[in-house]
Write a protein that binds this ligand. Sequence first.
Ligand SMILES: C[S@@+](CC[C@H](N)C(=O)[O-])C[C@H]1O[C@@H](n2cnc3c(N)ncnc32)[C@H](O)[C@@H]1O
Length: 215
Amino acid sequence: MKNGASLFVFGARRTIHRVINAFEGCGFLLKDVLAWKKESAYHRAQRLSIVLERRGLDAEARVWHGWRLGNLAPIYEPIAWFMKPYRIGGTITDNVLENGVGAMNFQDCQINHANPTNILEFGFEKGEIRIHEAQKPLRLIEFLIKLTTREGQTVLDPFIGSGTTAIAAKNLNRNFIGFEVVPEFYEGALKRLNAKGNNICAEPLQLKLSKHLVI
Ligand SMILES: C[S@@+](CC[C@H](N)C(=O)[O-])C[C@H]1O[C@@H](n2cnc3c(N)ncnc32)[C@H](O)[C@@H]1O
C-alpha cells in the first residue's frame, strides 16, 4: 500500500474491535467505522415466554410475556476504515501530492445529491448475480473504490469471493489484484467477470495456497 492509502475491513459487530486492535498494532490509523446498512437481516430472538412454557413454568411465562432472548436484528455490518500512515513531518495534503491517495472524492460519491455520511445504505441491484454467501453489493464496493482512489490506481482484494471488487475496479477503470483460496469461488468470480463481456485475461496461476487474479 502507498502511504495514505485506504484499507477497508468488513467485520462482525462483536469481533471488529479485535481487527481494529490488530491493524493498529501494525501501525495503521483507524479513520472511521462505517456502517453498511442492509435492506434486511436474518433475525432470530426466541420468545422467553415460550421457552418458559416448554419448561412447564406457566406463571413465569406470563410475567415474561413480550420479552425475548438474543440480539436485535443485525441490520448493519461494520466496516473498519484504516489509512496507512503518511510521512512523519508531512501533512495529508503533502501526501496526496506525493502519493495520489489520502483524500476523499465527494464529487463522484454524492448520495441523493448530498455529501456521503458514514452510514452506507446499498442493496443488491435487481438482477445482480448472487453466487457467494458473503457477497457484497456491487454499488457498495464501487462507492468505496470511487471514494478513495482515482482512475488508473490499483485495488487489492486478498479475498475475492464472488469477484465483486474485481468487477467494481474494472467498471471504474482501476487495476485489480486479488486472491481466492477456494477454486470454485475463483472460477465463479472469473465467470462473473467474463459474463459482463469484459474479456478478462486472468491468469489461473496455481500458487501455493490460492489462485490469483490480476486485471
Ligand atoms: C467474505 S468472502 C469475500 C466476499 C466478496 N467480497 C464478495 O463480494 O463476493 C471471503 C473469501 O475469502 C476467501 N479466503 C479466505 N481465506 C483466504 C486466503 N487465505 N487466501 C485467499 N482467499 C481466502 C474465502 O474462500 C472467501 O471466498
